[in-house]
Design a protein around this ligand. Structure first.
Ligand SMILES: Nc1ncnc2c1ncn2[C@@H]1O[C@H](COP(=O)(O)OP(=O)(O)OP(=O)(O)O)[C@@H](O)[C@H]1O
Ligand SMILES: [Mg+2]
Length: 486
């Protein structure tokens, strides 16, 4: 292999007959004279085409159609010209340079020699030795490269980070997120999952039906049952955010709401039935009363709050579960059978409460997995929340098949992206515009990714994008589409 040309961070390599690479493979270009090395990633290939070559191919084809004579070719020129026609160009991107100490750095201020360069393909082992990561909590994601080398990332690289898992329908997004979540819990982290298809609870069982090793750490929270709060658990700010953002309460009504709230709180009778009574009986503008009552009915029918009069009843509390499980826990909030309004209310309440608990250092940092994030993060106020979340100690992973539903400001803060297949050009365009990687690599790699393969980008892979065949899990993953024809 030889270097053909360099343009910006792109290097074109000349590949002859038996040179072969899979998309995503890494090569080292070693300049022997200068004793320097460059790490490049192969992302696409095409035929070498010059107009004379094409003319020749056409001429040959035409001649072979109309003449059946044997051409006398003692010097085997024909053979040579066939080989030239099969010459391909490997398009690669520079990912870094390697110094004498075998360390990777991103500053590449030199050009390798076209004549005196050796080009060799390298595997995961060599890449890992370049990165020399010394972390303690590996997460095995799958296999990598033609030799099926075991690929792992580290839980430390998800800690304090914002991640996005995206790809088209049924490509294995939730499956990957289950792998991540399972490992985090295994290592003692606290994970909260907004589960829209009720698929995460399956992780409590192995494939043979026996309890899995994390079964004791999984808590399925069904709204109205396990997830039932006492109204007093939430402060005014949380409830006001819920009313404003999830229930579109106008500010005039919000003010009245809090006058009533304060008065009930002072009398120490703050609870759902008393609120309902007060909304009906207080002297307020009729329009405001209507607004209050309509919201009250939604809140009441959501069954998220206990309706007993007892102020002492505890209700669900995040800190209780976390204290009771010092070795980590996963709280799976089952949002599969509830209306979009209640879904938004839950997300709002949970996020606000978590922030409050984290600010008071009542609980340690938590990881959030937001499935089908497009259904509830479209609203703009999430940007603000996400910008600050990392400082509170909320580390989110968004899982969605609509990359355009996530706002650009969120993409700018993202640390890791796990990209599954996308064929739709608009989606590809969107993701390549905002992600951490150049758009030509993304477009070329992602378009041809097969099912269950993903492209990992970002800190978790030390900014060296990797194509990974995601492992299967030996637990029930329940993600299947329900079918009529079995
Ligand atoms: N690496 C894998 N090994 C084995 N099975 C897998 C793998 N990835 C996905 N699956 C299976 O494929 C199916 C679809 O996967 P999954 O539910 O994760 O897709 P998805 O991208 O989340 O789909 P949706 O867009 O519908 O949410 C599931 O039944 C899952 O168990
Ligand atoms: Mg899914």
């Amino acid at each position: 292999m030889k270097i053909l040309s360099k343009n910006g961070d792109e290097i074109l390599l000349l590949a002859v007959t038996n040179d072969f690479a899979n998309k995503g493979d890494y090569f080292i270009i070693e300049d022997i004279i200068a004793n320097k090395k460059l790490l490049v990633q192969f992302y696409d290939e095409e035929y070498f085409s010059s107009s004379t070559l094409i003319d020749e191919i056409i001429k040959d084809e035409v001649i072979s159609k109309f003449s059946s004579e044997n051409i006398f070719d003692p010097l085997e020129i024909n053979n040579l010209s066939q080989i030239i026609r099969d010459v391909r160009i490997f398009k690669t991107k520079i990912r870094g340079s390697i110094n004498e100490m075998n360390q990777l750095s991103t500053d590449v201020d030199w050009v390798p020699s076209r004549v005196n360069s050796n080009i060799v393909k390298i595997g995961l082992k060599e890449i890992n030795s370049l990165l020399n990561k010394s972390m303690k909590y590996p997460i095995s994601l799958g296999k990598c490269g033609a030799n099926n080398e075991e690929f792992e990332i580290f839980a430390e690289d998800l800690d304090g980070k914002l991640n996005i898992i995206t790809g088209k329908k049924e490509t294995g997004k939730s499956h990957l997120s289950k792998i991540l979540m399972k490992s985090l819990v295994q290592y003692g982290a606290y994970v909260i999952i907004f589960d829209l298809n009720n698929e995460y609870s399956g992780l409590s069982c192995n494939l043979d039906g026996k309890p899995s090793f994390i079964s004791k750490k999984l808590f399925l929270l069904n709204p109205g049952k396990e997830l039932k709060f006492n109204l007093t658990y939430f402060g005014k700010p949380s409830i006001s955010n819920m009313l404003r953002n999830a229930l579109d309460m106008p500010s005039a009504s919000l003010r009245e709401f809090f006058r009533i709230w304060d008065s009930l709180e002072n009398k120490k009778v703050l609870c759902i039935p008393e609120l309902g009574k007060a909304f009906g009986s207080w002297t307020i503008n009729e329009l405001v009363r209507d607004a209050l009552l309509s919201r009250f009915h939604i809140i009441n029918s959501s069954r998220l709050f206990s309706t007993t009069n007892s102020v002492n009843e505890k209700g669900f509390r995040f800190e209780d579960i976390i204290k009771g499980n010092p070795k980590g826990a996963a709280l799976i909030i089952n949002m599969s059978r509830i209306s979009p309004v209640v879904r938004r209310m839950i997300v709002e309440l949970v996020m606000n409460k978590l922030i409050e608990l984290l600010e008071g250092s009542v609980i340690p940092p938590v990881f959030i997995f937001a499935e089908e994030a497009q259904l509830y993060i479209r609203d703009t106020y999430w940007e603000d929340l996400i910008t600050r979340m990392r400082h509170f100690g909320i580390y989110s992973t968004f899982i969605t098949n609509q990359p355009d539903a996530i706002n650009d400001t969120i993409y700018r803060q993202v640390d890791n992206i796990f990209l599954f297949n996308f064929t739709n050009d608009a989606d590809l365009e969107k993701i390549s515009k905002v992600s951490l990687l150049d758009s030509s690599t993304i477009k070329s790699l992602v378009k041809t990714l097969s099912h269950r393969n993903c492209l990992a980008i970002g800190k978790a892979v030390s900014n060296l994008p990797m194509v990974v065949k995601v492992n299967s899990v030996d637990m029930m993953t329940l993600g299947e589409t329900k079918k009529f024809f079995k």
